[in-house]
Design a protein around this ligand. Sequence first.
Ligand SMILES: [Zn+2]
Length: 289
Amino acid sequence: MDWSLFGCARKGHVTYEPDEPGLRDRLAAESAGGTTWRCLRCGDFVPPGEEHGKGPAADAPLVARGKALRSALILRVFAVERFLRFLVFGGAAYGIWRFQQDRAGIQHTFNDALPAIRDLYRDLGFNVNNSKLIGLIQHAFTLNSRTITYLAIGLACYAVIELVEGIGLWQGKRWGEYFAVVATSVFIPYEIYDLTVKITWLRAAAFAVNLLLVGYLVWTRRLFGVRGGGKAYEARLREESVIEVEQAALAEQAAQAAQATQAAQAAQTAQATQAAQAAPGAARISAPD
Ligand SMILES: [Zn+2]
């Protein structure tokens, strides 16, 4: 799969007109409709008329290509998972807060509905006394209001953390990646403890996702100085940029041309020396016998 093409299909091409004439020639082509420019992401020539930036090559936009683009998309998958966590925990916090606001009313309604729920359970072949959910609700009525408030605040904080992580990962910003790694790592000891108490699919999956995210971010985004850190990460992006590749090709061409000129000059000098040696006068000087 060509991730660069996929990126261009989604976001449109990115063209740039460098001020350097040699480089400009390598990125531009004349066509019947006008000048066409190579896209900095997919490398294809883009139909004329599309917007493009202009300036020195060093100021060209740094677009993610290939692998970097794929990794940005993977981070977006993680971001979606964080948004879902935000909704679940935010919803829970809101529910608990509402419960706290109108506990008497809700308890009243619950008690009224309990016989119907019991019947429903019996019809389905369950005993309501074995229901974890019903037990949890009944337990909630016995909690004091301060405990409930703390619970709601805790869940709301967690939801906000997940939301910020999601936004950071979605945008692919470095602060967001650091935030995600730190915020996720903080909860890992608790998750391990949770798993030692009881292993459930949900806990194991959430734990695995978090471990994967931390490992993936630190490794591919080179956080905390891993594999050369941020500088190495940017250098890698630059190395793969169309402008950089063309600049390198230009430099290579120039070096080859210089070498060819040098070789030609050396050949000329050698020829001249030979000619001079072959000349009788010169031969006499160099060989006086
Ligand atoms: Zn493109």
